[in-house]
Design a protein around this ligand. Structure first.
Ligand code: 2P0
Length: 354
């Protein structure tokens, strides 16, 4: 049997950064996060299975991934955790062929769309998964075992997605299964409800990030003196206000809060020991330019957000997209920007990769 799934990437405007100390292995987050599902940036994954004993052949972007490579370790760690919950996966051999339609090395996260496509495709291809095949909540939990951010790329309606943190970070007296199942993603608003939003990807640097998210967030949880204050602020104040702004289409407030949320993440990174710096001079020039555009407009008409690297993602509305894209292109060049919209979630595809 062979199935293909196309899963989009997502861009968080309320960030995930840090795992529940007791359930770190299962990527149970310390706070909820929220994202836009991104149209046009995706991973396409084909899985072919036959009876066997969990042997895996993995081809990523045309390159065979051998077991000692770091990409393979992430995949095996994922399958180990899936097998704990769904032991039947060990009775098959797998050929997994996965391709991103954007370069992995370009600095844009590919683990979100990558593990989302992997998890959904696994659910489509194995007959024993039939009972959860239409259950996005269960599939989002499965994808989370691969990578936290993949959780938000699962809901098939896409749009604005919330990844609920589930159990509180100071709650440890709970069984593992309940802890794992407490945190999942769901669509809050469909793409057409935020149809006027434009998302501009700005490539600042090709290089791979120096401090990987997984290691960086762990160090922040362990060493940042303001980490838990920040978690509490985002969970109780920022998240409700930003979702409210979205619901009311109060773009001015939404854009302002998006920038605050990104600045908060990077402040936490700077206050981690040793400090983590993801932004470079070009990133900071983009930040200044966005504030300048907003100052000239007399209100927030656009915002920036940054993840674990120097590349920027700009949000604006259709009305201002050309102006904003033009200003940013004058810094990085036309060829380094990609303009898109909020899109739908994963799809099962009929066209196989091999
Ligand atoms: C996010 N990031 O919300 C945040 C903002 C980076 C900065 O999710 O360890 O690759 O696999 O769960 O999902 C990147 O972290 O980490 C990330 P793991 P992941 O998008």
């Amino acid at each position: 049997v062979k199935k293909t799934v196309v899963a989009p990437t997502n861009i968080a405007f309320v960030k995930y950064w840090g795992k529940h100390p007791t359930f770190e292995r299962y990527h149970v987050p310390n706070k909820s996060s929220a994202s836009f599902t991104v149209e046009g940036l995706f991973t396409k994954t084909t899985i072919e299975v036959k009876e066997g004993n969990r042997e895996v052949e993995f081809i990523l972007n045309g390159k065979e991934i051998t077991p000692e490579m770091k990409e393979a370790k992430y995949v095996y760690a994922f399958l180990d955790k899936v097998e704990e919950r769904y032991p039947f996966i060990k009775n098959y051999d797998y050929k997994v062929v996965s391709e991103n339609n954007f370069p992995t090395a370009a600095g844009f996260a590919s683990s979100a769309s990558g593990f989302a496509a992997f998890a959904r495709c696994l659910v489509e291809v194995l007959p024993e998964f039939e009972e959860i095949r239409t259950n996005d909540r269960a599939i989002s939990i499965l994808a989370r075992l691969g990578s936290g951010s993949a959780t938000r790329s699962i809901p098939r309606d896409g749009g604005v997605v919330i990844w609920r943190r589930g159990i509180a970070p100071d709650e440890a007296n709970i069984d593992v299964e309940s802890a794992i199942n407490s945190s999942y993603a769901e669509t809050l608003y469909k793409p057409e409800e935020v149809g006027e939003i434009r998302i501009i990807y700005v490539k600042v640097e090709q290089k791979e990030k120096k401090v990987k998210s997984r290691a960086g967030m762990k160090t922040s949880v362990q060493t940042c003196p303001l980490y838990w204050e920040w978690i509490k602020h985002d969970e109780t104040k920022l998240l409700p206000s930003i979702l409210d702004a979205l619901k009311n289409k109060n773009w001015e407030l939404f854009f302002k809060l998006v920038m605050e949320a990104s600045n908060g993440l990077h402040a936490i990174c700077h206050y981690t020991y040793p400090p983590i710096f993801y932004l470079n001079d070009t990133s900071k020039e983009i930040i200044s330019t966005i504030h300048e555009i907003n100052n000239n407009a007399g209100k927030e008409i656009c915002s920036y957000t940054f993840d674990a690297g120097p590349n920027a993602v700009i949000f604006t509305t259709e009305e201002h997209a050309d102006e904003v894209a033009g200003s940013v292109a004058s810094i990085v060049g036309e060829e380094s920007i990609f303009i898109t919209k909020v899109g739908k979630g994963p799809k099962v595809d009929n066209e196989h990769l091999f």
